[in-house]
Ligand binder design. Structure first.
Ligand SMILES: C[C@@]1(CC(=O)O)c2cc3[nH]c(cc4nc(cc5[nH]c(cc(n2)[C@H]1CCC(=O)O)[C@@](C)(CC(=O)O)[C@@H]5CCC(=O)O)C(CC(=O)O)=C4CCC(=O)O)c(CCC(=O)O)c3CC(=O)O
Ligand SMILES: NC(=O)C1=CN([C@@H]2O[C@H](COP(=O)(O)OP(=O)(O)OC[C@H]3O[C@@H](n4cnc5c(N)ncnc54)[C@H](O)[C@@H]3O)[C@@H](O)[C@H]2O)C=CC1
Length: 157
């Protein structure tokens, strides 16, 4: 089996007390933050421009938003980092810092810079379904996630 053909292994992890930092607060970051708030009590978002829906999550005490450009020091104490800016240079810098410091990182703009992959997630209480297309067909991951959401009567993301 070549690397290309090998599928991703689904690894389920308790991140409830882990410090998760998402850099970026646009379309992709928002989708992931909406999901992550159900899984961790310690979620920090860093971005100069913030999607309004995220301000609502902050006022509910579910996330902390630092309205600023990313700086390296922002992620030094993180356990898990998601680089979700639209600036590929910034995403790459975040990746390098995390690699140096042994921090688990996911870069949404480059599948070769991910220690783990973000699956499509469907949750019903403690039942959690994670869907991946192993980096080969993002649309199929989305469509299958939506079909499972329908099956479990959960809203589309
Ligand atoms: C490898 C991975 C790494 C990671 O980010 O973890 C990654 C990477 C990339 N995605 C890209 C594009 C798109 N991704 C989606 C959708 C989803 N992508 C998700 C996960 C992943 N995406 C990781 C594992 C993927 C897998 O399992 O196969 C899902 C499951 C979870 C989520 O994102 O929340 C979510 C479904 C969510 C749901 O429905 O719940 C759509 C469709 C849409 O949004 O409708 C598009 C546009 C159409 C297209 O391009 O196909 C690009 C190009 C970016 C660019 O052009 O710059 C890259 C970069 C690259 O491939 O290197
Ligand atoms: N993995 C996935 O599922 C997908 C990934 N992508 C990738 O995701 C990237 C982001 O896409 P969108 O969310 O649509 O972008 P967007 O334009 O909606 O949001 C970008 C966000 O990044 C922030 N940002 C930019 N520079 C920053 C910096 N230096 N420090 C902190 N924050 C900064 C902005 O303030 C904004 O909040 C795209 O470049 C694309 O490569 C796109 C589609 C799907």
């Amino acid at each position: 089996m070549t690397d290309e053909a090998r599928p991703y292994f689904p690894m389920f992890v308790d991140i409830s007390h882990k410090k998760v930092v998402v850099v970026g607060a646009g379309t992709i970051a928002k989708r992931r933050i909406r999901t992550l708030v159900d899984f961790t009590e310690n979620l920090t978002v860093i971005a100069p421009e913030v999607n309004p829906e995220l301000l609502e999550l902050q006022s509910q005490g579910k996330i902390l938003i630092l309205k600023k450009q990313y700086q390296r020091e922002d992620i030094y104490d993180a356990d898990l980092v998601i680089a979700a800016t639209n600036d590929h240079q910034t995403n790459e810098d975040i990746y390098s810092v995390c690699k140096c410091m042994g921090i688990t990182v996911n870069v949404c703009s480059d599948k070769n810079k991910c220690d783990f992959y973000f699956p499509g997630i469907v949750r019903k209480d403690n039942l959690v379904v994670g869907i991946t297309a192993s980096g080969n067909n993002h649309k199929a991951a989305r469509e299958t996630s939506d079909r499972i959401r329908e099956l479990l009567n959960q809203p589309e993301q």
